[in-house]
Design a protein around this ligand. Structure first.
Ligand code: NAD
Length: 494
């Protein structure tokens, strides 16, 4: 299918009359107890694209009731049945990739071409987990006087909370291992962006027995506590900010439930003097601009070797200057608007702070004005120079198209600085020297590293961080470890 601006704009017309999504509880669409809704906005125009329910403790309890009631039957299904359902969910997603991508573009502001990538990736997650029900197995261990057996059992009802930056990918990455393991779910998507997720739930509702997947929408402050402190909820999987993670960990501590935490980052992208500079510069542009920098894995600290700094920066600035910024519905667009007013304001705050800390703009540095989309929340792709690793703009997650550039010549000192951050999510290395690539990779305190291409996300790649970037690994088959417990059984032979 050829993607044209005419086609995407005409598709977008249908959102002029915004739809309202209910909570999805026990297989039915229901209104919020509060009677209140929240508007989902298009950040390119500030128009409302849909409404979702504003949930509270009453809605949360209904969702937990449903998930708890559905658990016994769902968890005792034959693996092949759950496998068939997961495969059918993946097929439904693939049938409407363009629709979901359009909804992600309209609600999040991500360019349609990237939205198509993200939604395709979401389908890959479901493929990964479709085979996982057959991994629900234990082991035997023979002793002279006994046999030790293990059973792998689903933990039960799980809570899953996801952010607004890559909603479809987050949604499938979360529901995949839970459904495969036989857990039942209370999902809380972001109140800022969840249009595609809600539409997808509508689309797959008939594939799942009632109560297996429940989706409640609304503000985290209203829904977090009633869901996470309900003693019937046996696990929480969270993706979002460190500040929210701290609150969730406290709530999860109440009933001592296990957690997986996928949090923020301030990842180091390292360019050595022997790197392919053309490719490294192109990669640094992607690391800054993909999803308008609203990526947990953004390469927001760029370490460039002093010997090639001048040449590299010429290439980088040239490439950044021609990044097509504008209407996310235009297939040629590479950078759309930031996803929300809050996020937009936060990035501008950091641009101001950077200047106060003594940084200079090597590129960008302010709001971008896009003809025809004057209200849109656009920010220029920005490079910060004259920075020190200890500055706040180099330590705190900005979550926007802002990269701080540092020069280095001593490898030990560079690695010390690369690791001198509270976060440890991703990292990138550019060098033609294999030994050096491995040596640096081993020394980086981070959960994911790409060599000679940043943001090179692959299906079935372990996702997750160290330090304040969280714990637990997702997107791989073995994520079912987080959704299952091992029970050991000793059979006495004497
Ligand atoms: P956020 O923490 O503000 O919100 C995430 C989710 O938590 C939302 O659904 C929100 O409603 C909910 N929430 C807020 N307060 C809550 C509470 N008290 N109890 C329960 N739930 C609550 O994060 P965000 O701004 O939506 O997302 C951006 C953050 O997510 C960034 O830090 C980014 O790095 C991180 N992120 C990490 C990954 C990863 O894989 N490591 C991926 C994407 C995004």
């Amino acid at each position: 299918m050829e993607l044209t601006l005419e086609k995407t704009r005409s598709y977008a017309e249908r959102f002029r009359k915004p739809d309202t999504y209910g909570h999805f509880i026990n297989g039915a669409w229901v209104g919020a107890d509060s009677g209140e809704t929240i508007a989902l906005t298009n950040p390119a125009t500030l128009e409302t694209v849909a409404y979702i329910q504003s949930g509270n403790a009453v809605d949360a309890k209904r969702a937990v009731d449903a998930a708890y009631a559905a658990f016994p039957k769902w968890s005792r299904m034959y693996p092949g049945e759950r496998q068939a359902i997961l495969a059918a969910i993946a097929a439904r997603l693939r049938e409407r990739i363009f629709d979901y991508a359009m909804m992600e573009a309209l609600n999040n502001g991500k360019p349609i071409s990237q939205a198509i990538n993200d939604v395709s990736r979401a389908a890959n997650h479901l493929d990964t987990y479709a085979g996982a029900p057959y991994e629900m197995k234990g082991e035997t261990f023979d002793l002279p006087d006994a046999i030790v057996l293990t059973h792998r059992e689903p933990v039960g009802v799980v809570a899953q909370i996801i952010p607004w930056n890559v909603p479809m990918s987050m949604f499938t990455m979360k529901i995949g291992p839970a459904l495969a393991s036989g857990c039942t779910i209370i999902m809380k998507p972001s109140e800022v962006v969840c249009l595609a997720v809600m539409e997808f739930v509508r689309d797959i509702a008939d594939l799942l027995p009632p109560g297996v997947l429940n989706v409640v929408t609304g503000y985290g402050q209203a829904l977090g506590e009633p869901i996470l402190t309900d003693p019937r909820v046996r696990k929480v999987a969270f993706t979002g900010s460190r500040a929210t993670a701290r609150k969730i960990l406290e709530m999860a501590g109440q009933n001592i439930i296990p957690q997986t935490m996928e949090l923020g980052g301030k990842s180091a992208h390292i360019v050595c003097e022997d790197a392919d500079l053309e490719k490294a510069a192109a990669s640094a542009v992607t690391a800054n601009t993909y999803n308008k920098g609203e990526m947990c894995i953004a390469g927001s600290r760029l370490f460039v070797h002093r010997k090639i700094y001048a040449d590299f920066m010429v290439l980088l600035r040239e490439k950044l200057a021609v990044v097509p910024q504008g209407d996310p519905l235009d297939p040629v667009t590479v950078m759309g608007p930031q996803a929300s007013q809050t996020q937009f304001d936060k990035i501008l705050f950091y641009l101001d702070l950077g200047q106060k800390e003594g940084a200079t703009f090597l590129a960008g540095g302010q709001r971008a004005s896009i003809p025809g989309l004057e209200k849109g929340l656009f920010i220029q792709p920005t490079l910060l120079g004259n920075v020190k690793n200890e500055m706040r703009v180099m330590q705190e997650e900005i979550f926007g198209p802002v990269t701080g550039v540092l020069q280095w010549d001593d490898e030990d000192e560079m690695i010390r600085q690369a690791n001198d951050t509270e976060f440890g999510l991703a990292g990138g290395i550019w060098t033609q020297n294999l030994d050096r690539a491995h040596r640096l990779a081993r020394r980086m305190e981070t959960g994911m590293i790409w060599i000679n291409r940043y943001l090179n996300l692959k299906p079935n790649q372990w996702m997750g961080g160290v330090k304040a970037s969280g714990f637990g690994r997702e997107a791989v088959r073995s994520t079912i470890d987080h959704y299952t417990v091992m029970k050991s059984l000793v059979l006495n032979l004497e």
